[in-house]
Design a protein around this ligand. Structure first.
Ligand code: NCD
Ligand code: ZN
Length: 305
């Protein structure tokens, strides 16, 4: 059955750089005319010049495909107001990684001392630059996201006007936070709507399903499905499509990241169909909610599946 979507957006995408960028970019652009592009390159994007240069490499890699990259910067507590003002027109959001928690995040934040973060986050709040967060501690792998809840609570209370996006949430407890703090929002991936830890490690180990945060329990997946299928206004689609070279995935010491770009929208449409969720909800989850949360203009492009 044909299905038309107006300007579907991928609000969490890793496009990489160099040959990998050139190999994968068009897979996203075929179904997503716009995406939030994550900054965890080596080295991470942390200057205006780097963001501008990366954006032009992305546009070049897209060839004839119409695609708007919404650029992000790698958060550092040292960013001051003058720097943030100077970069404001080039970035849609700033991404905060706890140090060492995932791929290329070594230069991230340690300790989460609110006073240390205050100058940068207050300036972002005033300038209306959203903060995207990879919310995991370095505790026991199944508890990392739930343990991060107290940090989300501190950030959301200390900076009530700052838009905070909990990236790629995987737990019932993160879903609960959405209704507790008006300034907390979330992205949800397609793989976390489909798989649990059983699919990753319950039988033969599946390296291509290994990512951070790791897929959790059936009740966590159900909680994600509930808010995604009902298009809860505070959630939006973000694939977290994160390719690695095959030898880095099929290895002793597998890199974290699930590559879904070529099939993400198709899988999502299938999930909504299987669960009898409406087309209007799918449209809101893949575009409408994100437009409101980020206050962005989107490319006027229809995608026919
Ligand atoms: C991502 C990557 O490879 O860049 N990996 C992942 O497992 N999701 C980084 C991230 O979003 O954590
Ligand atoms: Zn990611």
């Amino acid at each position: 059955m044909p299905l038309t979507l107006q300007a579907p957006l991928d609000m969490h995408l890793h496009l990489r750089d160099g040959d990998m960028l050139n190999n994968i970019a068009q897979h996203s652009a075929k179904t997503f005319p716009g995406a939030i592009v994550m900054p965890n390159l080596v080295p991470p994007l942390s200057s205006k010049a780097e963001v501008i240069a990366y954006k032009s490499r992305i546009i070049e890699a897209m060839g004839q495909e119409q695609f708007t990259p919404y650029m992000t910067l790698f958060f550092k507590p040292s960013y001051d107001r003058a720097f943030l003002e100077s970069i404001q027109d080039e970035v849609t959001a700033i991404k905060l990684y706890p140090a060492g928690i995932t791929t290329n995040s070594e230069g991230g934040v340690s300790g989460f001392d609110i006073e240390e973060l205050r100058p940068a986050l207050e300036a972002m709040s005033d300038l209306e630059i959203p903060l995207c967060v990879h919310g995991e501690t370095n505790g026991f792998v199944m508890d990392r996201e739930a343990e991060f809840a107290s940090i989300y609570e501190s950030l959301a209370s200390a900076f009530p006007k700052l838009t905070i996006i909990m990236e790629h949430i995987t737990t019932e407890s993160s879903v609960a936070l959405l209704d507790m703090f008006p300034n907390l929002y979330a992205t949800i991936t397609v793989h976390h709507l489909l798989i649990t830890l059983d699919d990753v490690a319950g039988g033969m180990l599946q390296p291509h399903l290994f990512c951070k945060p790791i897929a959790k329990r059936p009740q966590d997946r159900d909680a994600l499905l509930c808010v995604a299928l009902s298009a809860h206004p505070k959630v939006m689609f973000g694939s977290d499509s994160a390719p690695h070279p095959r030898e880095a995935k099929e290895a002793c010491g597998c890199a974290a990241g699930v590559f879904t770009a070529p099939i993400a929208l198709q899988l999502l449409a299938e999930i909504f169909d299987t669960h009898g969720a409406s087309h209007a909800n799918l449209q809101a989850f893949v575009s409408g909610n994100a437009q409101k949360i980020y206050s962005i203009d989107v490319p006027q492009k229809k995608i026919l599946l």
